[in-house]
Design a protein around this ligand. Structure first.
Ligand SMILES: [Zn+2]
Length: 365
């Protein structure tokens, strides 16, 4: 276990404790036969994945905030965003499949993808080659980093209809539905445009029951606006909330007290959050009785630049030598051992990775 990534596998993990990893497999999948399925069918909550539906009980070990594919580089016409070039698509699919299969080998069952503007065809190709459940998102990332046609959308109703269509009918003419709504703000206060996105997302959540995940620049403002606009607090989670907190939850305790969820993903990224602070931040929620309101994930993301894969943190100003290792499996090979060493029990880790995602999708209050 001592940092030896190559030999740490699912079996080692299982023998370490009582973490109840869900079975890897596709036994519970049933394909949608009509396009009419909402997030629920009266009695049973079902969650759409790229290859079918899954019930919350079958989610297993779940990473709630990941990016299977990310956009690529920048262009003058569209600063901040460029789709994956045609000639790199096959390689992108192969790399994503290998990362997901590595994740499956160490016991990860489900990955929630929070890239809300992607080629669904590539995701379909990827999902067909792995046992990991992939839940995709609709919504809007930061305005500076999304396709131009989305960034130029000004009509709140139109934003709402786009998200509603992707959770109820399907994405880009397919029957693949989004199982979660992703919204974001650049940092600081929400802009007027971002407020429209958040209000629209809240209305879609209210009418469909599909949950919301945010990229957080202004967590309290985000949470308040979502609730004020009709979102269910038990179906909202705010990401990256440990950054800049010096290990203290502060006003974020109000979010969990109101039933919201928080998500932490800076494992191995000392430049974002010193790992000691990350540990005390997580511990503080258990101490306050809200360990059941926190997710842990990797927020793995990489993109192509001049034909090379660039991993977040690998470039200036951070130069993190570990950046390329931070794919989905990193949760089990590195983050979990770090948490165990820092005093977390397997039961607590299981709460983060399995119980909380299941309860979130099950809408348990
Ligand atoms: Zn992310």
């Amino acid at each position: 276990m001592e940092g030896n990534k190559n030999t740490f596998n699912r079996r080692d993990f299982l023998t370490m404790g009582s973490l109840s990893l869900g079975a890897i497999g596709m036994a519970d999948f049933s394909f949608a036969t009509t396009g009419a399925g909402l997030h629920t069918n009266r009695k049973k909550i079902i969650i759409p994945t790229v290859t079918g539906y899954v019930t919350p009980d079958k989610l297993g070990t779940t990473l709630m905030h990941e990016h299977i594919l990310w956009f690529s580089g920048t262009t003058n016409e569209n600063p901040g965003y460029m789709p994956i070039p045609d000639d790199l698509q096959d390689q992108s699919v192969d790399f994503a499949v290998s990362a997901l299969n590595d994740a499956a080998r160490v016991g990860i069952d489900t990955v929630v993808d929070l890239t809300p503007h992607r080629s669904i065809d590539l995701y379909k190709r990827i999902a067909e080659q792995t046992t990991v459940n992939i839940i995709v998102s609709t919504g809007f990332y930061r305005r500076s980093k999304i396709p131009q046609w989305m960034a130029e959308m000004e009509d709140e109703k139109q934003m709402e209809e786009l998200m509603r269509k992707e959770v109820t009918d399907g994405i880009d003419g397919t029957k693949i539905k989004a199982g979660i709504i992703k919204v974001a703000n650049e940092g600081g206060q929400l802009t007027d445009w971002e407020k429209k996105v958040f209000r629209a997302a809240a209305r879609v959540n209210k009418s469909t029951g599909v949950p919301i995940a945010t990229h957080t620049g202004s967590p309290m403002e985000q949470f308040d606006l979502l609730l004020k606009s009709g979102a269910n607090p038990h179906q909202v989670f705010l990401s990256h909330v440990d950054v800049g907190r010096k290990g203290k939850p502060g006003d974020l305790l109000n979010v969990v007290k109101e039933g919201g969820y928080l998500q932490v993903d800076t494992f191995g990224q000392e430049f974002y959050t010193p790992q000691k602070e990350l540990v005390s931040f997580l511990r503080s929620f258990f101490d306050a009785g809200y360990g059941n309101r926190v997710f842990i994930s990797i927020d793995s993301n990489w993109h192509w630049e001049n034909g090379k894969k660039i991993f977040e943190g690998a470039g200036p100003p951070n130069f993190d030598p570990n950046a390329a290792n931070r794919l989905f499996a990193y949760m089990i090979t590195d983050a979990v051992p770090m948490l165990l060493k820092s005093g977390f029990s397997m039961k607590e880790i299981n709460t983060f990775l399995t119980d909380n995602p299941r309860n979130f999708f099950k809408r348990i209050k």
